[in-house]
Design a binder for this molecule. Sequence first.
Ligand code: AFP
Length: 323
Amino acid sequence: MRASVSVSLDGFMESAWGGDDGLAGLDVVVGAIADGARQVHDQAQAAAIEGALGATGETNVHGEMVQVLDSAGSDIFVEAMRGCGRVAALGSEEIEGVEALGDGPAHSYVVQMDPVDGSSNIDVAVTIGSIFGIWRRSPGEAVSEPLLLRPGREQAAAVYVVYGSSTVMVAATPGAVNGFTLDGVSGDFVLTHPAITIPEKCEYYSTNEGNFGKLDARTREAVSRLRDSHSLRYVGSLVADFHRNLLKGGIFLYPGDVKSPEGKLRLMYEANPLGYVAEQAGGAAYSDRERILDIQPEARHQRTPLILGNRREVEETVRIISG
Ligand code: AFP
């Protein structure tokens, strides 16, 4: 396994945000995410050989089994965020409280992350991901819980990494979505998907069809409509399903059901960052009733229904679900 060194992000400075002065240091934060992602990539590749598959035996704040790679990935990204010197506070799906990382003038960002998304897929060699929402911190703002309870529309940037047949990092900044592929030899991320926009044509829908019987009548109607007119693709890793829909054209749904009206996915670590990416690429993200980025969070670990992807299909699906 390679030692941890800084990775270079080919073209990020030029392609990302057109020199917005309000985003000074963002390249450092995204570079640290890239550095962590390369380490998670290495660990995922080596997990079976090094006996690092399976669960740790612990459960996380959501009562879910923690996989060995969940725990390793969380440690890697906490250290990457701490080490970059630009992040004041970190919220994580894997950590109950707020990680206070620094309160100096250079600590001008707040990050919320799902370090390893889709971790039940690790043991079967199926695609997993990492997700990050990045907010600005004003000078002197206290590093405490309220700093991490801001709506998604205030994000400065959002990033996800998909560890699949190749490892790709997608970074969204105001008006720009770019994809960088990890070069396994140099360890650098190379700009391979410049200026991503979600296709107009919606080819796919992604949802857990096994939940159909638990849905209310209007949500069943919305899913049935998609089923009749689209191909189904469902990996069960949100990042993988979203990445396909972003590049090929599609819609992802994890609605609430009769037992869990707020669904399964988390507002701060999953819905907000991917909602931001979708919107910057010309798509949309809604709960069953409102724009994801407008939801005022009440708790860092709160859940939300999520309908995400092609704007036209998302709006039509929300219209049917909300009656
Ligand atoms: P795991 O981390 O337990 O694999 O869950 C993954 C996830 O949070 C998200 O990535 C998927 O979109 C969603 O859950 C899949 O949930 P279902 O297994 O209920 O379809």
